[in-house]
Design a protein around this ligand. Structure first.
Ligand SMILES: N[C@@H](CCC(=O)N[C@@H](CS)C(=O)NCC(=O)O)C(=O)O
Length: 239
């Protein structure tokens, strides 16, 4: 059995979608990041970066002790290797997928995260930050659009895979990111295709009733203002 430590956010959806696509049985363990659950000792033991998602596989290949994995890109890889699904074994195809997975992890995810922060959560509107991240997100959508025009199908080629599952949840937030998908017809085409997949819908639905309509003061306190000192001294342990 797999334990999925999760909260319904874009990085969490990557893994709920993958688990649903693979049909693997799993148990959903909520990590309420708005209440500081990411700082509990039990969670930090499997995810020392105090971020979700994280996964514990209690029945790993070859047996032995449970395997714990944090970072959504590493978890997608782990599940692809465990199941043999959504990542080709052929060298060129495999690295097509891996490079787009890394593009999401190092580019689209962090940039869209900062874009969303300065648009939605920053206590004051800082035009330079909004322009800086908005422009980079716009550039990344352009790169994605051009790639999807080249493949005519999925991000890494003719087959759907873990790169699509990593990128889709962030594109799901395009409205909040103030990205107009009409500017990116290939992204729109791909987005609509993925959105029709029943497993994608089930993945997006996991824990949706837990999503808070707005950022509360308590959540702001748990999520923002973390420093090297505060995380080492357990200052955010509110639950
Ligand atoms: N690179 C990480 C990012 C994970 C991440 O940022 N998760 C957010 C929610 S989307 C989180 O757990 N935030 C808790 C916090 O900021 O303390 C991954 O892809 O797994």
């Amino acid at each position: 059995m797999i334990d999925l430590h999760y909260w319904p956010t874009p990085n969490g959806w990557k893994i709920s979608i993958m688990l649903e696509e693979c049909g693997l049985p799993y148990r959903f363990v909520p990590v309420n990041i708005g209440k500081g659950a990411q700082f509990s000792d039990d969670f930090l033991a499997i995810s020392p970066n105090n971020r979700m998602p994280a996964l514990v596989d209690r029945a790993p290949e070859g047996g032995g002790a449970p395997v714990a994995v944090f970072e959504s890109g590493a978890i997608l890889l782990y599940l692809a290797e465990k199941t043999g699904c959504f990542l080709s074994a052929e060298l060129r195809e495999r690295y097509q997928t891996l490079q787009w997975l890394m593009w999401q992890m190092g580019g689209l995810g962090p940039m869209a995260g900062q874009n969303g922060h300065f648009l939605l959560y920053a206590p004051e509107k800082i035009p330079y930050a909004i322009d800086r991240y908005g422009q980079e997100v716009d550039r990344l959508y352009g790169v994605l659009n051009a790639q999807l025009a080249r493949t005519g199908a999925y991000v890494a080629g003719p087959d759907y895979g873990i790169a699509d599952m990593a990128i889709f949840p962030w594109v799901r937030t395009h409205k909040a990111q103030q990205v107009d998908l009409q500017k990116f017809p290939q992204v729109q085409r791909w987005y609509d295709t993925l959105f029709q997949r029943p497993a994608v819908r089930r993945g997006l639905d996991l824990g949706k009733e837990l999503r808070a309509p707005a950022l509360t003061d308590e959540a702001r306190k748990a999520l923002f203002g973390q420093t090297a000192q505060s995380v080492q001294q357990g200052e955010h342990k509110s639950v």
